[in-house]
Design a binder for this molecule. Structure first.
Ligand code: PMP
Length: 359
């Protein structure tokens, strides 16, 4: 076949690949568990599945492009005007809308590293420049250094709290001090994908901060605590001109009809989902306590995962988990992230960690 000479955008050369969490791969004789994508291990609620089935009969029709019913339900639940809400296909879709709406080639986006791996991808896709500020030795955001990294070219700062893949939330006091230093024309996005798992008393109240500060937006998802990762729906809460820009930057009909219906049903069933969230939080506490007893130093985690910052030994630790039937997420030579899952999976996590030879 002839070779294509179609002229692609040069900016694509700078786009890193997204390495998605691998599916569970069974080892002989043991149940395999997927602990590689921070998903909710529980199946969807029956009430949510009923709604999905009901809407499945109408998928020959386009969804509501304005996402009006879900937006209204969110506005009521969060006590914000509907005009401040912008939805998208997963919060990663909304993040794409944010970068598209704000960044021209050459503009800068500041974020911590390591953090969510879609950040550098979306920034590079826009031809913008990623300014990555290393985490502290405790695997936390270095908000001082991030404030110092803001320049005249900075359009957006992404604050991932709790941070994926390391786990800590930023503290409310350090975040307020940081926001005092960021110019008002720079959008600060508080990515709260794991909000529902947060138990730290020092964690910020992102919506309250958003209400007080016109340049702060909050990003949330139905993929984690709500257990709808496969349907792809997330949203941002932003002040009106920004939210309007995000809606403009959206792919038309990007939030499908099953996702819209399931998200509304999940908001209605939140008390039931919250029982599961609390179980996962209790499992997280059990895992962290067990690991600490074994002598591991695990960063404070406010999310549904734990971080093993094992550096060069990352592939070795990931292989040990894999051999035990646990699929986890290795990050180069930084560390291994393991999602809190079913109790049996967490038991096995602890067994592997205990058996892993350490200096
Ligand atoms: N933000 C963070 C911090 C995440 O970890 C993820 C998922 N890995 C997302 C956003 C995107 O999730 P989704 O697109 O499923 O909403």
């Amino acid at each position: 076949t002839p070779t294509s000479t179609v002229r692609l955008r040069g900016a694509l050369d700078a786009v890193p690949a997204y390495v998605a969490g691998k599916p569970a791969a069974a080892q002989a004789g043991i149940t395999a568990y997927k602990m590689s994508s921070n998903e909710n291990p529980y199946p969807p609620l029956p009430s949510v599945l009923d709604v999905v089935r009901e809407h499945a009969g109408r998928i020959n029709r386009y969804p509501d492009m304005g996402v009006a019913a879900l937006t209204a339900a969110l506005a009521e639940r969060l006590d914000v005007p509907p005009a401040r809400i912008a939805t998208g296909p997963g919060s990663v879709g909304v993040l794409g809308q944010i970068i598209t709406a704000l960044c021209d080639p050459g503009d800068e986006v500041v974020f911590a590293w390591r953090s969510f791996e879609a950040y550098p991808i979306l920034v590079a896709l826009a031809g913008a420049t990623a300014v990555q500020v290393p985490l502290t030795a405790e695997s936390r955001h270095d908000l001082d250094a991030m404030a110092a990294a803001v320049t005249d070219r900075t359009k957006v700062v992404l604050v991932c709290t709790p941070n994926n893949p390391t786990g800590p939330s930023v503290r409310a006091d350090e975040l307020e001090a940081f926001l005092d230093r960021v110019p008002q024309d720079v959008l600060v996005v508080l990515d709260e994908a794991y909000l529902e798992f947060v138990t730290s008393e020092e964690a910020p109240d992102a919506l309250a901060i958003h209400r007080a500060r016109p340049n702060v937006a909050v990003l949330r998802t139905f993929s984690k605590a709500y257990g709808l990762a496969g349907l792809r729906v997330g949203y941002a809460v932003a002040h009106e001109p920004v939210a309007e820009a995000l809606r403009k930057a959206a792919i038309p009909f990007g939030v499908n009809s099953l996702a819209q219906a399931a998200a509304i049903a999940s908001l209605e069933a939140y008390d039931e989902l919250d029982v599961r969230v609390k179980e996962l939080v209790a499992e997280r506490a059990r895992v962290v306590a067990g690991l600490e007893e074994q002598g591991w130093e695990i960063p404070d985690t406010d999310a549904n995962f734990v971080w093993f910052g094992v550096g060069e030994r990352t592939p070795e630790l990931a292989a040990a988990f894999q051999e035990a039937g646990l699929t986890v997420r290795p990050y180069g030579t930084d560390g291994v992230r393991v999602t809190i899952a079913e109790p049996e999976a967490n038991d096995r996590l602890l067994e592997v960690a205990a058996a892993f030879p350490r200096p």
